[in-house]
Design a protein around this ligand. Structure first.
Ligand SMILES: Cc1cc2nc3c(=O)[nH]c(=O)nc-3n(C[C@H](O)[C@H](O)[C@H](O)COP(=O)(O)OP(=O)(O)OC[C@H]3O[C@@H](n4cnc5c(N)ncnc54)[C@H](O)[C@@H]3O)c2cc1C
Length: 381
């Protein structure tokens, strides 16, 4: 086993880290407590896409950067450490690009993929609804065929990016037990989007999407009519790895801040880092991060090798997002009262970390996936 990144990966991460700290951090720092304005999101996306972040997993022959999953994960973590909101916007756009690359007709692909992999278009994926989260099969948004069009009605919730998105992929019910994915273009389709205010990751819009009699041409179907749920499910291994990487970046930022503070802050005549119980907190944080990183890198490595990793991605996602909450909480503890103020970044890391046990399968849902793989019995049925 080789736990070291390749020379190429190490160089790519190092040059991206320097770029992010010099060119991205000054722009994102003042923005992290309110949703990024659309034009700023585009400008920032364009910058990070030059390094393969937001388009890395799209193959080079389709206009993306064609990075392997592990390299891409390392770059995303580097960005998430400094600007997790931007990493989220980039990932969700990349998720839309991947759906189009894998399922769209050549015409749709030619129309949308180049813009998505260049940062000219922002994408999002609308699956969840007010009454439907973990059990996607219950979704109520309907698409009813009328000649060569479908009439869409319904309400989507928690759609990341939607208020700044140019295109939305929507999963809708097209039959008793079948679902279809549609591509909606803000310039052509009259859907409405609203921002939802929330606890953390406040630069990354989280939104409601309202569809009232939206007419969508059959040419905008992604994949095959009736097979949309299967197409969506295929993306979950990737997105669970991504949420884990985002969590790792946030956790690492919290750890770095706590270590620096512990070395600088003096109590009882020495740096608090010299007190055994503070060292114990730092040790637990470092161990949580390392254990998380090993699980995440294994899942990314399996994907890079073209292997399925349903259980490994569920382990990485559930463990990392829970562990990073402990890391962020301990980082806050090490800062004492300063930790709960806006003067230090750890309260934001704490709020950001708390967001991630929910999307792309809650911790409980991921445990059920692991349980199913261990026992061969599905607790969902
Ligand atoms: C930051 C963020 C970004 C998101 N981005 C998107 C997006 O881009 N697109 C999108 O479509 N959605 C998105 N979501 C929504 C997300 O996918 C859902 O919130 C998630 O699937 C859970 O659904 P829910 O919130 O309705 O909770 P519910 O499904 O109602 O679950 C509530 C609680 O019950 C538990 N529970 C449910 N079923 C079971 C069970 N069988 N066994 C044990 N426990 C169970 C859950 O673990 C949870 O604790 C996002 C959410 C967040 C927080």
């Amino acid at each position: 086993m080789n736990f070291d990144p390749t020379e190429e990966q190490a160089l790519a991460v190092e040059s991206f880290r320097r770029f992010v700290e010099r060119d991205i951090q000054p722009l994102t720092q003042p923005l992290c407590d309110a949703p990024y304005p659309k034009e700023i999101a585009h400008a920032l996306l364009k910058k990070v896409m030059e390094f393969g972040v937001g388009n890395g997993w799209v193959p080079a022959e389709e206009g993306g950067c064609g990075l392997d999953f592990l390299s891409s994960g390392l770059l995303f973590e580097t960005l998430a450490r400094v600007a997790p909101d931007l990493a989220g916007i980039a990932w969700v756009t990349e998720g839309a690009a991947l759906k189009i690359q894998e399922t769209a007709s050549p015409e749709l692909k030619a129309r949308y993929l180049p813009g998505l992999v260049a940062g000219d278009l922002i994408g999002c994926s609308a699956i969840s609804e007010p009454g439907v989260g973990s059990n996607v099969r219950e979704l109520r948004t309907k698409a009813v065929r009328e000649g060569r069009h479908f009439r869409l009605n319904g309400e989507k919730m928690w759609t990341s990016n939607a208020t700044i998105a140019d295109i939305v992929t929507v999963l809708a019910r097209t039959g008793e037990d079948d679902f279809t994915m549609f591509l909606l273009d803000r310039r052509e389709h009259d859907f409405k989007t609203y921002e939802i205010s929330k606890l953390g990751l406040n630069g990354w819009p989280l939104c409601q999407v309202v569809l009232e009699d939206v007419m969508v041409s059959e040419e905008n179907v992604l994949g095959t009519v009736g097979r949309g749920l299967k197409e969506v499910m295929k993306g979950f291994e990737r997105s669970r790895c991504f949420v884990s990487v985002l969590a790792l970046g946030i956790g690492q930022a919290a750890f770095d801040a706590a270590r620096t503070y512990a070395l600088e802050r003096h109590q009882f005549g020495k740096p608090i880092a010299g007190h055994q119980l503070v060292q114990s907190l730092l040790a637990q944080m470092a161990t949580d991060l390392d254990a998380s990183r090993l699980l995440v890198h294994r899942a990314l490595w399996l994907m890079a090798a073209g292997r399925r990793c349903e259980m490994e991605a569920a382990m990485a996602k559930s463990f990392t997002t829970e562990a990073v909450q402990r890391v962020a909480s301990n980082a806050l503890q090490i800062h004492g009262a300063f930790g709960v103020t806006r003067e230090f970044p750890v309260e934001r890391h704490f709020r950001n970390a708390r967001m991630l046990t929910i999307p792309d399968g809650t911790t409980q849902i991921n445990h059920l996936i692991i349980g199913k793989n261990i026992t061969n019995i599905s607790a969902f049925a």
